[in-house]
Design a protein around this ligand. Structure first.
Ligand code: C2E
Ligand code: MG
Ligand code: MG
Length: 483
């Protein structure tokens, strides 16, 4: 095979074969020349496609990995370090959804362009698919240098990108893992850079985060929780504890809040803060939440039958239950199965739930309300719900978050916040419940402010159903906080 020049000056790829033959006892050479330019080009194109991303023309995962391994073999001899950066564009889905995929594609091309312009020839950039990119920095002398390059990459995207008349801001979040410090092979490093990238997202995006070993312990812990949660429902490992709620005007216990606990087989009682986030991530909160609803309603009826005073039963809901699963159907079923009067069930929603996907959730909330139950807004003051939105919501009560109750006695600010929540609730005709009341001092301030209900360790810890029942019986139905 050879490259020949045509008379026109054009270069062509040719394949040449020749044979020696005898004609009339004279030796002759017969030569065949075939133009294989196109075949060669096709082969090169196929070769390119097998190792590159067609949209950005950057190396793909296969080639990236090859280059990384080569660089590693080299650095292993020279004693340097390698850095693997995992990049993910922030809110890229929004751009795709609102401006369409063609604009999204152009944006990705521009990002690829800017990344290439920022890095050295020897560094490899790759598109992993979607809005994810990888960068391998070869021959890194010190960690500070990696930090500087990471900052430069983020900076490179800071200038707005103009596409078809739109001015787009494409920030990115980056996780960085180092070879050999954070892992000896490509797959481990990739996974660790990915973990660090999620931290960058959590930290508010548009930033980079270096991997630390502690992240791994936490990631492993989450993974373990996730898989253990998988069996927890079947194994009946969940229990509900109940915390009494006291009416400040009469001093009587008027309700309880059901709080979920996970009783592991080794006896450990896991608080919700440690497993609910994992259950929300995996969607397992939907069946778990259904169980909570059924169990809490059934317990309320059992207490009623045991002759306890009339109590409302408050149940916490997660935003994920609104998004997935049919909440209205689960609530209806829990009420029907138990025979609990809807008016005795109270659902606690958080502000964040009301912000995300407001219209859809508001509709669900209205349908829940129509079943005849009571709605309360939990952890009030920690989210950002607008007053206009609060007015639209058919809630009957607000729960002041524990954070504001905590330093009522010491902090003037905490007192002003609590007082304004109470005033606003009064103006909107909502009852106000204070959570996490631990001292008589806090209680007295809240009473003076005009708070309606109190819940907290001052009166009682959350406790198992049988204990609450015993407490109620011991009080011989004169279940009054003041007596
Ligand atoms: P929350 O609904 O705001 O519940 C109040 C939390 O404050 C409970 O923590 C309770 O034990 C605690 N607490 C009550 N009084 C005091 C006090 O005086 N001092 C202090 N320091 N703490 C007090 P817990 O049981 O760990 O629950 C934490 C959160 O987990 C709950 O906050 C709720 O958001 C969530 N949660 C609990 N059960 C469920 C459930 O069944 N489903 C869902 N989706 N979330 C739940
Ligand atoms: Mg609650
Ligand atoms: Mg709360």
């Amino acid at each position: 095979e050879a490259e020949w020049e045509c008379k026109s000056g054009e270069h062509r790829q040719v394949s040449l074969s020749a044979e020696l033959i005898e004609l009339d006892e004279e030796p002759h050479v017969v030569a065949f020349v075939q133009d294989i330019t196109e075949r060669k080009e096709n082969a090169a194109r196929i070769e390119f496609l097998a190792h590159h991303d067609p949209l950005t023309r950057l190396p793909n995962r296969v080639l990236f990995r090859d280059r990384f391994d080569l660089a590693r073999a080299w650095v292993e001899r020279t004693g340097g370090k390698l850095a693997l950066m995992y990049l993910d564009l922030d809110h890229f889905k929004n751009i795709n959804d609102t401006l369409g995929h063609p604009v999204g594609d152009l944006l990705l091309q521009e990002v690829a362009q800017r990344l290439s312009a920022t890095l050295r020839e020897t560094d490899t950039i790759s598109r992993q698919g979607g809005d994810e990119f990888l960068i391998a920095l070869t021959d890194v002398q010190d960690v500070e240098a990696v930090g500087r390059i990471a900052a430069k990459v983020i900076e490179a995207l800071a200038r707005p990108i103009h596409i078809e008349g739109h001015e787009l801001a494409a920030t990115l979040s980056m996780g960085v893992a180092l070879w050999p410090d954070d892992g000896g092979d490509f797959d481990t490093l990739l996974q660790r850079a990915d973990t660090a990238m999620y931290r960058a997202k959590d930290a508010g995006r548009n930033t980079y985060v270096f991997y630390t070993g502690e992240m791994n312990t936490q990631a492993l812990e989450n993974l373990k929780i996730r898989s253990a949660l998988h069996w927890a429902l079947d194994q009946q490992e969940f229990v509900l504890h109940y915390q009494p709620q006291i009416d400040l005007a009469s001093g009587a216990v008027i309700g309880t809040e059901a709080l979920l606990r996970w009783q592991r087989s080794d006896g450990e009682l896991v608080p919700p803060g440690r497993f609910i986030p994992a259950a929300e991530d995996s969607g397992q909160i939907v069946p778990i939440g259904e169980w909570v609803l059924r169990e809490a309603c059934a317990q309320a009826v059992r207490w009623q039958e045991a002759g306890l005073p009339e109590l409302t039963m408050a149940v916490n809901l997660s935003a994920v239950q609104f998004k997935r699963g049919d909440l209205v159907a689960s609530v209806t079923q829990a009420l029907e199965e138990s025979g609990l009067e809807p008016g005795r069930l109270e659902l606690e929603l958080t502000e964040s739930l009301l912000i995300a996907d407001a219209e859809h959730n508001l509709e669900t909330v209205r349908r829940l309300k129509a079943l005849g139950l009571c709605l309360s807004i939990d952890d009030f003051g920690t989210g950002y719900s607008s007053l206009a939105y609060l007015r639209k919501l058919p809630a009957a009560e607000l729960k002041i978050d524990r954070a504001f109750v905590l330093d009522l006695e010491e902090s003037e600010d905490a007192r002003s916040i609590a007082q304004s929540i109470v005033n606003m609730a009064n103006a909107l005709n909502l009852r106000v419940v204070a959570e996490g009341v631990e001292t008589t001092g806090q209680r007295d301030i809240l009473v003076a402010m005009g708070c309606n209900e109190l819940q907290g360790f001052l009166f009682s810890l959350p406790m198992p159903a049988y204990e609450l029942e015993r407490l109620a019986h011991a009080a011989r139905r004169v279940w009054n906080y003041r007596s």
